[in-house]
Ligand binder design. Structure first.
Ligand code: MF3
Ligand code: CO
Ligand code: CO
Length: 283
């Protein structure tokens, strides 16, 4: 199988001036450190439901376009228009100089792939990661799709990565420690010999795209932070058919497995409830 290579990237898309932007848009510097509580008030959570819904619907709209010959640039355009039409700002556009409105990561690309002119091929494993900023908050989600017909190993990896995420979401309860998430994901991935990516993690999400709260997808006993009602964060496991070690392309973004093994990823934004978690990125 040939490796994914960089293709030309189209000019920056426009967001109507009427759409409120996150504070980082157009600046290269990172957001200031977030020092407030990880527990969010009801009005932030309600705002996140709407941002999350648009982000989830945008994945559906983009994924419906996946077919051999279609470029990831086209998926970006379709999602961009959908998000703007719903009064949202595509959070990745201009985030630390990321040039596009969504991330598209194909086959051995783990995450942060930049939509470009590469035509999708039959059998490609396509991750679409979309974050929407609306009402002053972000909703962040990702899903994996097959282009045409997937080989059995890729198909199983896709299905089991979703299952790993769903099991981790079910394990979230107030009073437990954050490390329950990685423990559940790694134990499930181990059954199939899958690699669990360690260098990219889940994160707190709300008014900040990445708040500083880190959610590991592997078992780390020292991550004893108690899960509290009202915390909002993502769970976004990246599982590989081989090793989990990675490197980044010269574009500064595209993350690829060192052994070129294929990767699947799913992500939801959640809020911790009285007895579990509510998914905020539902269509
Ligand atoms: N959406 C990704 C995440 O799940 C972050 C993308 S940041 C970008 O955290 F700059 F690469 F777009
Ligand atoms: Co995320
Ligand atoms: Co994401």
């Amino acid at each position: 199988m040939t490796h994914i290579k960089p293709y030309p990237i189209s000019p920056t898309l426009h967001v109507p001036a009427s759409i409120p932007r996150p504070e980082y848009a157009g600046k290269s510097r990172p957001e200031p450190p977030y020092t407030e509580s990880h527990v969010q008030p009801p009005e932030i959570i309600e705002a996140m439901r709407e941002a999350g819904r648009i982000a989830a619907q945008a994945i559906d709209v983009a994924a419906a376009e996946i077919a051999p010959g279609v470029t990831t640039d086209h998926l970006d355009k379709v999602a961009h228009e959908f998000i703007c039409d719903h009064g949202g700002y595509p959070s990745t556009l201009g985030y630390r100089d990321f040039p596009k409105s969504i991330c598209t990561s194909v086959n051995e690309v783990i995450c942060h792939g930049i939509p470009d002119a590469r035509p999708l091929e039959d059998g490609d494993l396509v991750k679409i990661d979309i974050t929407v900023f609306k009402n002053g908050v972000h909703g962040d989600n990702c899903a994996t799709f097959g282009c045409g017909t997937l080989d059995q190993a890729s198909h199983d990896l896709m299905v089991r990565t979703k299952e790993a995420m769903d099991r981790a979401i079910k394990a979230v309860k107030p009073g437990r420690q954050l490390n329950i998430i990685g423990r559940v994901i790694e134990a499930y991935a181990d059954r199939f010999g899958y690699g669990v990516v360690r260098d990219y993690t889940g994160h707190g999400v709300h008014r900040w795209f990445h708040s500083g709260l880190i959610v590991l997808h592997y078992d780390e006993p020292s991550l004893t932070t108690p899960i509290e009602k009202g915390m909002t964060f993502t769970i976004e496991p990246m599982l590989t058919l081989g090793d989990y070690h990675s490197h980044v392309w010269d574009d500064g973004w595209t993350v690829v497995t060192n052994d070129y093994s294929r990767v699947a990823q799913f992500e939801q934004s959640l809020v911790v409830t009285d007895d579990g978690a509510e998914i905020l990125t539902k269509p």
